[in-house]
Write a protein of this length. Structure first.
Length: 167
């Protein structure tokens, strides 16, 4: 077992298609993709603006490549995003990736060999670690971080919906 420290900068991410919205869910006016949905920060640094244009003031700068973000709105080439703390604003779509990542919310989250807490623990992740999502079932997600792979409970992560299944 290995303890993996916070904010892995060099994670390789896997691009996946977002799940289709169920009937009655909101769709983006530009992309026709579900709103809200999760994406990740494509670059090592991304400006978050007060409004959807370069003339709007920069309120925040996100600095963790792969950081999961939730898209809550669309306007042209701009996406309204928020992080796990609810901080956000507008980002240009070119700074975002469809690659799915999560951030560990619970310190020393175990990565289990299978989606069963009675199985072997492959590694423990500290709160704040960014991990790549390989797949998600009803209550568990298969994550990769720093060369380690395992299943974590959805309750310990931010970046996937409670009801979301990812193949």
């Amino acid at each position: 077992m290995r303890l993996i420290g916070a904010f892995l900068a060099g994670c390789v991410v896997l691009c996946t298609q977002p799940a289709l919205a169920a009937e009655g869910e909101e769709r983006g006016s530009v992309t026709n993709l579900p709103i809200p949905r999760y994406v990740s920060l494509k670059t090592g640094e991304g400006n978050v603006r007060r409004g959807p244009s370069l003339t709007h003031r920069i309120d925040w700068v996100f600095k963790a490549r792969g950081m999961p973000l939730e898209i809550t709105g669309e306007f042209g080439h701009w996406r309204r995003v928020r992080d796990r703390d609810g901080v956000g604003g507008w980002m240009h779509y070119s700074l975002l990736s469809g690659a799915r990542t999560v951030i560990i919310e619970t310190d020393l989250t175990a990565l289990f060999q299978r989606p069963d807490p009675s199985t072997r623990v492959n590694a423990y992740l500290e709160a704040g670690v960014i991990a790549r999502v390989d797949e998600c079932a009803a209550d568990w997600c298969l994550l990769r971080a720093d060369g380690h792979k395992g299943w974590a409970a959805k309750t310990a992560i931010w970046g996937v919906r409670v009801d979301e299944v990812i193949d």
